[in-house]
Write a protein that binds this ligand. Structure first.
Ligand code: NAP
Length: 333
């Protein structure tokens, strides 16, 4: 099958279009013919080697973390899916590879695709949808009437997280450029701060939760937005000791990761707020709940651009440019 692969970790390198063996199906796997693949900054971070200590992959590695397609075969222990089902997924770490014609995935990572979405729209959802779910519902336990600040509302995570937070009944503030103000208001944002003009930490206060997706300076300023007892949850680092433990990293790495977040953990403690890092995980059951929210109309996809399969490198470069409004998708077939 055709696939886009990483041969060597390389900051400037591009993916090579290669002929790769078709995936081998394990007992609890579904084999999916890929129609569309979503592009994420995580793909780029893996290509450059930034994640190689935490997520070691053998190369050549087929890249790609989001998929929508049709089940064509199932393993002997598969119970939830059958050939012909249209599905979507964020396959688990260690088994990624959606920039390809086929992928085999554990059925626990997969959900039925929302019926009201095209394959391209569906492929835009899993990684960012699960991230928002795991931050706002699992980690923050966000409740009706609470206030949440979601950074970068016009990005992939932001466009989904705003809608999920509104569905939960929260008041939502976000940062966006002036050109994206209408987009994020349309998704439900109550307060929009133009990050190029205004300092969000001077405008927002008394928040219960912050979803941080930007740099270290933004993370630190986010402390000013929270009320005592509030939660600062970062998806863009620094990693914390719990994450290192969960990933089962060796002692040296655990120590390094602990040190990276020492300063922000100490500052958070002094303010009486809780800092934590979250790295999203594959989760078919949560994705099924997301399917229901999309089918009920509570959440809609925001797709900026769809690239043809041959232009996978261009799609990745566009995402790396950092200006995408919502998601970028590759149409595979
Ligand atoms: N830990 C995890 O599990 C996890 C999961 C998903 C993502 N992430 C990370 O989270 C970050 C965001 O991911 P993403 O996919 O949402 O990114 P994205 O879609 O590539 O973000 C692009 C958007 O961010 C906006 N933006 C850029 N700088 C901004 C700023 N300073 N303030 C507010 N908005 C700004 C841009 O708007 P303008 O064009 O107006 O600038 C653009 O719309 C990345 O670092 C990603 O790796 C982590």
């Amino acid at each position: 099958m055709k696939a886009f692969v990483v041969d060597k970790y390389n900051k400037k390198g591009i993916l090579r279009l290669a002929e790769m063996p078709e995936p081998v199906l394990q007992d609890s796997d579904v084999l999916v013919e890929i129609h569309a693949a979503g592009v994420n900054l995580l793909d780029s971070k893996i290509r450059t080697g930034e994640f190689k200590l935490i997520l070691p992959y053998r190369r050549p590695l087929i890249l790609g973390h989001d998929v929508a397609g049709t089940v064509i075969r199932v393993g002997s222990k598969v119970r939830k899916f059958k050939p012909g089902d249209d599905v979507y997924a964020r396959p688990r770490d260690g088994r990624i590879g959606t920039f390809a014609e086929f992928i085999a995935m554990d059925e626990a990572d997969v959900a039925l695709k929302p019926k009201n979405l095209s394959m391209e729209e569906a492929a835009s959802i899993p990684l960012v949808g699960l991230t928002a779910w795991q931050v706002l519902i699992e980690r923050a336990n966000l409740k009706k009437g609470q206030k949440v600040f979601i950074q970068a509302g016009s990005g992939g995570v932001g466009t989904f997280a705003i809608q999920l937070a509104k569905h939960l009944g929260a008041t939502v503030a976000t940062t966006a450029g002036a050109a994206s103000a209408d987009l994020v208001r349309g998704l439900g944002a109550d307060v929009v701060v133009d990050y190029r003009k205004d300092d969000f930490e001077k405008v927002l206060s008394g928040y219960d939760v912050v979803l941080n997706s930007q740099d270290g300076k933004t993370l630190e300023k986010s402390l000013d937005v929270l009320k005592p007892g509030g939660k600062l949850i970062s998806i863009s680092g620094p990693t914390d000791p719990e994450f290192a433990r969960e990933k089962g990293l060796n002692l040296v790495l655990r120590l390094i990761l602990r040190l990276l977040s020492r300063a922000i953990r100490a500052k958070a403690k002094r303010r009486g707020v809780r800092f934590s890092f979250l790295f999203m995980g594959a989760q078919g059951d949560q994705l099924s709940k997301i399917t229901s929210l999309i089918e009920s109309g509570a959440i809609r996809p925001v797709v900026d651009r769809v690239f043809p399969f041959e232009a996978t490198n261009e799609a990745l470069a566009y995402v790396e440019g950092g200006r995408a409004k919502g998601k970028v998708v590759i149409k595979v077939r």
